[in-house]
Design a protein around this ligand. Structure first.
Ligand SMILES: C[S@@+](CC[C@H](N)C(=O)[O-])C[C@H]1O[C@@H](n2cnc3c(N)ncnc32)[C@H](O)[C@@H]1O
Length: 253
């Protein structure tokens, strides 16, 4: 099996199933279900405040997934988000769930002119990218000089991992710092996801109900089984603190 298949199961097929499950349960489930990859509301609040997001800010969300974080930023900070995401199923899901503009695009070759955005963020994506500097350079190119760039990065806290979800390339924190420096992004502040307030219980329950519907409908499908196994691997690495979520707020030099 190629490395791309488990990624497609999780980020394309299951992403689309998420939108159809929300349709069964109700639109009040959309935001929690569509933010599954991005940590927590507290993480998005911290990052949005640190990046200085404000009403009217043109925000690029690269690797936007099902679109929850961009919608959260629109509701909480009044930004005007644009979503870029390579998986067509995720893009269709984001368009079905929310009203924000979405483009099918690889973050390594963004289809936007230089300096098209005031700010950009990319959440839980960098660890899926091999050429991290090329990816960061595209984010930098897309924002105005002095513009804010935010990341959620799952970092490797040990030399080697006992188990590795396919298609992931977790950087160490020092590799991440080197990559930011090398691409002209100045670190403003950072925090560990684990140091922020926990996700509210009603939010977790809504997301879990969506996952239950997906499981009920698709548990016999090997694409669901592969995505589930990937998910369990990463959850185990985070629980054992071998992989650590870090929120990073930067400025374009
Ligand atoms: C863990 S999910 C996070 C989704 C979303 N940012 C969130 O926080 O909910 C990782 C996302 O990165 C996307 N991705 C993978 N390779 C990418 C690339 N080269 N450029 C942009 N996004 C990519 C995947 O399709 C997936 O949607």
């Amino acid at each position: 099996m190629s490395e791309a298949e488990p990624m497609a199961d999780e980020f394309d097929t299951v992403a689309w199933w998420t939108a159809t499950a929300v349709a069964e349960l109700g639109q009040d489930h959309a935001l929690p279900a569509a933010c599954r990859g991005s940590g927590s509301p507290a993480g998005l609040d911290w990052l949005g405040a640190s990046l200085g997001l404000a009403p009217g800010t043109r925000l690029l969300d690269s690797g936007a997934g099902v679109g929850g974080p961009a919608e959260y930023a629109a509701r909480s900070f009044g930004v005007r988000p644009v979503l870029a995401e390579p998986m067509e199923g995720a893009c269709r899901a984001a368009s079905r769930l929310f009203d924000n503009p979405v483009v099918v695009a690889d973050g390594l070759a963004l289809p936007f002119p230089d300096e098209a955005f005031d700010a950009a963020w990319s959440l839980g994506v960098l660890c899926t990218i091999e050429d991290k500097r090329a990816y960061l350079a595209e984010l930098r190119r897309a924002v105005v000089p002095g513009g804010a760039v935010g990341l959620l990065v799952y970092t490797r806290a040990v030399e080697s991992l006992p188990d590795q979800p396919e298609g992931n390339h977790f950087p160490t924190r020092s590799e991440l710092a080197d990559d930011l420096r090398a691409t002209g992004l100045t670190l403003v502040e950072e925090t560990l996801l684990a140091d922020l307030p926990e996700t509210p219980e009603d939010w977790n329950q809504a997301a879990a109900r969506v996952e239950d519907v997906i499981e009920r409908r698709h548990r016999d499908d090997e694409r669901w089984q592969r995505a589930q196994s990937q998910q369990e691997t990463i959850v185990g690495l985070i629980r054992d603190e071998l992989v650590v979520g870090v929120l990073v707020s930067c400025r374009r030099d």
